[in-house]
Write a protein that binds this ligand. Structure first.
Ligand SMILES: Nc1ncnc2c1ncn2[C@@H]1O[C@H](COP(=O)(O)OP(=O)(O)OP(=O)(O)O)[C@@H](O)[C@H]1O
Length: 261
């Protein structure tokens, strides 16, 4: 069975706090087929993180539905794994302890937990660092631990909220390429939030552009490139530049001051 298909129908989210109502998501519908790499861009405050947290099940929708493989979601679940910008590692656990965490929650026995965690620690080039604590690691290493921790419990869907936003450019590019390798090998559905159009276009098969607040789907641009080529060849091609310009153009319309529209 093909797994990890996300169906979002007429989604609406209204925050209510201190007597104020803020509509963050307005009538958003979206299909993310199993195995797709989708990035989401949009103006600041348009509801990107809200959308991701709704899909994760951390927030309840005000209207509409979100289903995974045709089953409406009911809170968080191990079918969806979230990776945050600030890593959200447990400081009191070692690298091994962080990566085994989700497997403990799933009730996997100790030997299998250790073996599975070691596989993902190796995959993220962290072997030798199993006994280190997060405070002993660089930002890039922490983000690799966070990814290993999420991948270890084998979610069908990876939900990523600006995961490389805090890293410098060379590290960011290295982790982008690492993520693409993992996505190809493990066949996950990925929904990736970013402010960075370059990153969105480089990584994704499709980029969704959201409208300004309250956010909904404005359009989506297909990014049809041969990803077996080296990065330099991909980003220098005319087709790639044209697709990137389409995303920029659409996003720019949403970030212009209202008076210019
Ligand atoms: N807990 C909350 N209570 C009330 N309003 C909220 C809450 N969280 C977010 N909002 C509002 O919802 C809207 C969408 O916020 P969200 O953080 O999802 O946007 P975003 O697109 O991820 O922003 P950014 O790109 O700046 O990170 C904003 O108007 C924000 O002020």
């Amino acid at each position: 069975m093909v797994e990890g298909h996300v169906t979002i129908s007429n989604l609406e989210k209204v925050y209510e706090s201190g007597g104020e109502r803020t509509k963050a998501i307005d009538d958003l519908s979206l299909e993310v087929p199993s195995g797709e790499f989708l990035s989401v861009v949009g103006p600041s405050g348009c509801g990107k993180s809200t959308l991701l947290y709704l899909i994760a099940g951390f927030l309840d929708e005000s209207a509409g539905t979100i289903a995974v493989d045709d089953v409406p979601i009911d809170g968080p679940g191990t079918d969806r794994g979230v990776v945050f910008q600030d890593y959200a590692l447990f400081p009191w656990r070692t690298v091994m302890g962080n990566v085994t965490y989700g497997l403990e929650q799933k009730g996997v026995d100790k030997k299998e937990r250790q073996d599975t965690a070691q596989k993902f620690i190796n995959m993220m080039d962290l072997d030798g660092f199993e006994d280190k604590y997060p405070k002993e690691l660089s930002g890039g290493m922490k983000q690799r631990v966070a990814l290993a921790r999420t991948l270890a419990y084998d979610p069908k869907i990876l939900l990523m909220d600006e995961p490389f936003g805090a890293l410098d450019q060379p590290l960011r590019e290295a982790l982008q390429d690492h993520l693409l390798d993992i996505w190809r090998d493990l066949e996950k559905t990925v929904i990736f939030i970013t402010h960075d159009v370059e990153e969105a276009v480089y990584l994704s098969e499709r980029v969704m552009i959201m409208t300004r607040h309250p956010g909904t789907k404005k359009t989506a641009v297909e990014i049809d490139v041969d990803r077996t080529q080296p990065r330099e060849d991909i980003i220098m091609s005319d087709e790639y530049t044209a697709m990137k310009n389409d995303v920029w153009q659409s996003l720019r319309e949403e970030t212009k001051p209202q008076a210019q529209l």
